[in-house]
Design a protein around this ligand. Structure first.
Ligand code: AMP
Length: 115
């Protein structure tokens, strides 16, 4: 599926819903999370609709582009001292939006294990 018009992140990728975009490429968009959990909290999504990281992984070149942009965000946001990348996956993984997204979180000390 290229786009799901009921999907909020497809709408952000299409520019139909506003978001604070920090960087983008032909295939990927990175924008600030509406409810940040840290000083830096950016979501990195493929423009194409994929439900989660398991289906995205079936398209390795797109997965690689998502990860390239994750690193671009980290550099742009000056997260050289460290950051966290999270793909919440499925109900038990805490995924609420069914369009795969990498959370890039940083700017404070991270704790482990997460809640
Ligand atoms: P997850 O629980 O991994 O599915 O995370 C979904 C994330 O999307 C949450 O951190 C929300 O705060 C964020 N979010 C939901 N709607 C928007 C939006 N319109 N713009 C930016 N972030 C959003």
């Amino acid at each position: 599926m290229i786009a799901d018009m009921s999907c909020i992140f497809c709408a952000i990728a299409a520019g139909d819903i506003p978001a604070e975009v920090v960087t983008q490429s032909d295939a990927v968009v990175a924008f600030r999370d509406l409810n940040p959990v840290a000083p830096v909290h950016v979501l990195v999504i493929p423009r194409e609709h994929h439900a989660d990281v398991t289906t995205l992984s079936a398209v390795p070149e797109l997965m690689a582009e998502v990860m390239r942009v994750v690193n671009e965000v980290a550099a742009q946001e000056e997260l050289g001292d460290g950051f966290r990348v999270v793909f919440n996956t499925g109900p038990l993984g805490g995924q609420e939006v069914g369009h795969v997204h990498a959370h890039v979180i940083g700017g404070r000390q991270m704790k482990w294990p997460p809640g």
